[in-house]
Design a protein around this ligand. Structure first.
Ligand SMILES: Cc1cc2nc3c(=O)[nH]c(=O)nc-3n(C[C@H](O)[C@H](O)[C@H](O)COP(=O)(O)OP(=O)(O)OC[C@H]3O[C@@H](n4cnc5c(N)ncnc54)[C@H](O)[C@@H]3O)c2cc1C
Length: 304
């Protein structure tokens, strides 16, 4: 798919050592599952990124932007395109008064910690979310009554043509675990948070409390992608799954967590097919019992 000429052009936009072929995706997802990506590009800086995106579009090479892979299930057959991996680069943070500008590769935990260090409140909810700010924006990540929508003032993106745009909060169309970027394939390069001055002790106390609640309720000792399903209107996915008798239900190495039925976990040797089949089975069983169709929050990448 990528000829020598194309590769040489890609090397004009990103350092040669950042481009790899046949990269195992289990190394880049919190499920610790996934076949190889045909081509994997480590995006470490914004320079050259607009041209790279525009070029991939021009030569019609499919690409997928990935943060920390904490909400993605990659097929056992891998991904037959280019992964643009933004988890170790674009990690700039600048705090000016109550505004904090961050790069897309900053972890949600680091963003929350930095805000706390500066005595700024609003991002405590993000402390335990194991993704990047870029992924958090796309998903409108949230927890404990907080979500990105409440604190993001503006988002910088690159469109398919390589144009750099700034989108304000309203334009982002944030909704429950969604944003405009689910519909429009923009690449997020960063955002500006609008926070408030708070009491630092209280900020740290809230962060600690949220972390404690996570540890108590979630099976953090197993690889997963967090809550596997979106919350259905007026209900809870975990409760429906438990009431359907699916606690501990397993296919291969994939299992409905005994600790929190809303989590599908990899008990050690699960394949992506195991996880996928389990998710489909859970959806069918819950629908048969309660006529509620659960929708996966996890994103499937590649062929299943
Ligand atoms: C243990 C655990 C707990 C979790 N708890 C929560 C929680 O409390 N609340 C919650 O909301 N989520 C939670 N999650 C899910 C996950 O962490 C979030 O959805 C997170 O926001 C995903 O970020 P990421 O960087 O890993 O994105 P990825 O999983 O890599 O990608 C998610 C989506 O965002 C897109 N994307 C990522 N970065 C960019 C970018 N820079 N530009 C354009 N598109 C991009 C991808 O294409 C994909 O569509 C949890 C997951 C785990 C494993």
């Amino acid at each position: 798919m990528i000829s020598q000429t194309v590769l040489e052009t890609l090397r004009q936009y990103v350092p040669a050592e950042n481009i790899r072929f046949h990269e195992p995706m289990h190394k880049h997802t919190t499920f610790k599952i996934g076949g190889d990506a045909y081509c994997f590009i480590e995006v470490t800086e914004k320079t050259g990124l607009s041209k790279l995106v525009a070029y991939l579009d021009l030569v019609e090479i499919p690409y997928f932007v990935m943060g920390n892979g904490s909400n993605i299930l990659v097929s056992d057959r891998g991904y037959d395109g280019v992964i643009l991996h933004i988890a170790d680069g674009m990690t700039n943070i600048t705090v000016t008064g109550e505004r904090m500008a961050v790069g897309a590769g900053v972890s949600m935990a680091k963003a929350a910690r930095t805000a706390a260090e500066c005595g700024l409140t609003g991002l405590e909810f993000a402390a335990g979310i194991p993704g990047t700010v870029g992924g958090g924006i796309v998903m409108n990540a949230g927890a404990y009554d907080g979500e990105m929508k409440q604190v993001v003032e503006s988002v910088s993106v690159i469109d398919r043509g390589g144009n750099e745009l700034i989108l304000d909060n309203e334009t982002m169309e944030f909704g429950y675990r969604t944003s405009i970027i689910k519909k429009k394939p923009f690449l997020v390069t960063g955002c500006t948070f609008r926070l408030r001055t708070g009491n630092q002790e209280e900020i740290y106390a809230r962060m600690e409390d949220f972390q404690k609640r996570r540890k108590e309720k979630q099976p953090l000792e197993f690889p997963s992608a967090g809550s596997t399903f979106k919350r259905p209107a007026g209900n809870f996915a975990g409760k429906l799954i438990m009431d359907a008798g699916l606690r501990g239900f397993s296919i291969g190495g994939a299992r409905v967590s005994d600790k929190h039925c809303g989590f599908v976990i990899n008990t050690g040797n699960a394949t992506a097919s195991d996880v996928h089949d389990l998710i489909m089975q859970v959806i069918e069983t819950v629908y048969e019992k309660f006529q509620v169709r659960l929708e996966p929050e996890v994103i499937f990448l590649g062929e299943f």
